[in-house]
Write a protein that binds this ligand. Sequence first.
Ligand code: B12
Length: 92
Amino acid sequence: MRDLGKDAPTDSFVSAAKEMGADILGASSLMTTTVDVQKEVVNALRDASIEAPLLIGGAAVTEEWAKEIGAHYSSDANNATVMAKQLIGKGG
Ligand code: B12
């Protein structure tokens, strides 16, 4: 696992996913002013032909938003582990 830290630039998701051959990516947003970056990440991953799913969450994020931008949503950390396993095809 690699933690990209806070205020992670969109490109850092693409480069880390490529370097690691990531199975799944995650992005948190706690403020409504930062949720749009999640959409930019989805688009950047698509442009780079990275097929790993993006799981999003955080106080400012809703399931509807995840559906709108083509990402996956989990409301809490416990469920995130279950979803991550399902998304990478390892049960759960
Ligand atoms: C602690 C806190 C702070 C701390 C942060 C300390 C730190 N180093 O992290 C401090 C005091 C610095 C802070 C500052 C600010 N904050 Co603040 N803060 C919070 C608070 C109270 C808790 C956030 C938190 O850490 N929760 C603990 C974690 C474990 O819980 P969680 O975030 O809910 O995460 C869970 C799920 O959401 C989910 N999840 C979260 N991320 C992800 C990611 C993935 C991939 C997945 C699957 C799941 C997932 O799983 C977690 C565990 O179950 C929230 C209130 C809230 N309800 O969230 C406001 C909140 C996020 N803050 C808010 C605001 C406005 C600010 C400031 C802008 C205030 C200001 N005017 O300066 C600044 C912004 C600073 C910045 N640059 O980011 C608002 C945002 C409102 C909005 N609509 O955008 C909130 C929602 C409070 C509110 N209701 O108004 N804040």
